[in-house]
Write a protein that binds this ligand. Structure first.
Ligand code: TNX
Length: 528
């Protein structure tokens, strides 16, 4: 017996090994399948990418995932960290970021730079989702950052972070924006909003792939940026706001902080000093800027068109030059916006003289001038930009003079217009802007003569006569901002309201999770 057993034992060994192997694979198989959730997440984007092609298979993001970034490329670790922080919030994981020189292993996210004919422009990117990896590739860090927003939308923060793993369909996404300038304007003059509020707005903009924030820094009701050579602008001119409240202003350090915060999200700040009208706050702060040498009272109402810098005085241009010099020094972006709207108390020839003179100052300081569409009456520098808000004749005149336009038509793109007659906040001089109306237009179809090649992009302004805090800002901004993001990004033939409203409705859980008090339009099938 003993001998026999001894003899058979070695014979059994291969079977045992085989058995152990099989067991190992079965266990592995089970543990792997258990990790894969049965429900593959819906892909739902705003703005809609240029192309999304799904294929067989799924990518699983589990608790051990990491974000790998290509080694030795400037700025990539920061972009990776931005993504990881957002994903950790939405998934409940603790994803870390690592530089790598090779393609990472299964289950990870990989951000890499590279030239590829399929990737268009600085903001273009490509996402490749396979069973193994989620790879994001772009030519520039800016493109990676836009693509990161798409990845965030693949794993949205719906306020439920309890899953063990998140599966998404295998797919290839190819994307690039339709327009190079995609912006929002925030009026911080009529009501002042502090640094933290503006950062929150910047975060909202980043998520929908905007790349400019225009700050309306001065108006009749308040001067909001510190100018060291003219300190009374903020000391007196920044001391109040519409309704008589406290007002406020940004020190140059705070402004620089905002510029840097925006830059880390690949957003450019466009500062506006509105001139020669909309200047009561400055006129009240310095009597010498008035033709009669007398300073008016501060203004806390909401009328427009009653103030003007004194066009004939030399001091006016010394003032403007000082303001622009200081502003240019703290503004790395290419644009300075000089306003120029509704100068109803400036004579037309004076207005033209003023705009041309200030335009020269802006360009001589190395910046590109933007002005509201009225500036088209002046001779325009070939690089000047007109912001079309009210009159298409002005926009066409600017185009005739060789300028490009940013389109912000009041009746479609004004975030301060009421949604309908029952909306409490907002104004209605340009009409009501329901969510479908705000979405269903194209910059190059507004009027004949403003064609795609004349258009730099789109901007949605939020004037703040009626809004006093972040909650009120968000009510007017959401959900219309998402529509403007899509108009600026997604090619017109790929956009239609019927499809958009369904995608928008699916954003409800994430808007709610972000604490955004949006307007719950009855036209949108909001997901519970
Ligand atoms: C017009 S739009 C203005 C602003 C007001 C806004 C209110 C523009 C260039 N000027 O001064 O705040 O209407 O909607």
């Amino acid at each position: 017996m003993y001998r026999a057993m001894k003899k058979t034992k070695p014979k059994r060994r291969p079977t045992a090994i085989l058995f152990l192997f099989t067991l190992f694979f079965v266990v592995m198989q089970i543990s792997c399948t258990q990790q894969i959730p049965t429900n593959v997440q819906d892909m739902n984007f705003i703005p809609q990418p240029v192309s999304v092609d799904t294929t067989e298979g799924a990518f699983v993001l589990g608790g051990k995932a990491m974000v790998f970034v290509q080694e030795g490329q400037e700025g990539l670790v920061k972009i990776g960290q931005f993504l990881a922080t957002k994903l950790n919030k939405s998934t409940g994981f603790q994803i870390e970021v690592k530089e790598t020189s090779k393609v990472p292993r299964k289950g990870n996210i990989y951000l890499t730079l590279g030239n590829d004919p399929a990737i268009v422009g600085d903001e273009g990117y490509q996402i490749d989702v396979t069973n193994k990896l989620l790879t994001l590739k772009a030519t520039k860090p800016e493109g990676l950052f836009r693509g990161v927003q798409t990845i965030r939308q693949l794993f949205p923060d719906n306020g439920n972070t309890r899953q063990e793993a998140y599966a998404i369909k295998a797919a290839t996404i190819n994307d690039a924006p339709s327009y190079t300038y995609r912006g929002m304007m925030l009026d911080v003059s009529r009501h002042f909003f502090g640094v933290e509020d503006v950062k929150k707005v910047i975060d909202h903009l980043a998520y929908y792939k905007f790349n400019h924030l225009h700050l309306h820094l001065s108006d009749d009701q308040g001067w909001r940026i510190e100018i060291k050579s003219w300190p009374n602008l903020t000391a007196h001119g920044g001391s109040t706001q519409v309704g008589g409240g406290e007002g406020g202003y940004y020190t140059q350090e705070q402004y620089k902080e905002l510029v840097a915060y925006a830059a880390s999200r690949f957003i450019t700040i466009v500062p506006e000093i509105d001139m020669p009208g909309h200047t009561n706050a400055a006129l009240a702060s310095y009597p010498e800027l008035n033709c009669d040498g007398k300073a008016p009272e501060l203004y806390t109402g909401t009328e427009v068109g009653f103030s003007s810098l004194c066009i004939d005085k030399e001091i006016t241009y010394e003032f403007v030059d000082d303001v622009l010099t200081e502003l240019v020094e703290i503004t790395p972006g290419p644009y300075i916006h000089i306003g120029g709207d509704e100068s109803h108390s400036t004579k037309k020839e004076d207005f033209i003289y003023f705009i041309e003179k200030v335009q020269d100052m802006v360009f001589s300081k190395g910046k590109t001038m933007i002005g509201w569409d009225e500036v088209a009456h002046a001779e325009l520098h070939p690089k000047s930009i007109a912001q079309y808000w009210s009159k298409d004749e002005n926009a066409k005149l600017a185009i005739k003079k060789g300028a490009k336009v940013i389109v912000s038509p009041g009746k479609y793109a004004y975030l301060d217009m009421k949604y309908d007659s029952t909306t409490v906040l907002g104004l209605n001089w340009a009409g009501y802007i329901e969510v479908d109306h705000g979405y269903s237009w194209s910059p190059d179809q507004l009027t004949e003569g403003i064609a795609k090649e004349n258009i730099l992009g789109i901007e949605a302004p939020l004037w703040s006569e009626t809004v006093t805090n972040m909650d009120e800002i968000e009510y007017l901004v959401f959900p219309r901002l998402l529509g403007y993001a899509e108009i600026g990004w997604t090619p017109a033939p790929q956009r239609n309201w019927e499809d958009y409203k369904v995608r928008l409705g699916k954003f409800a859980p994430q808007l709610k999770a972000a604490g955004i008090d949006y307007y719950p339009s009855a036209l949108v099938p909001w997901v519970e």
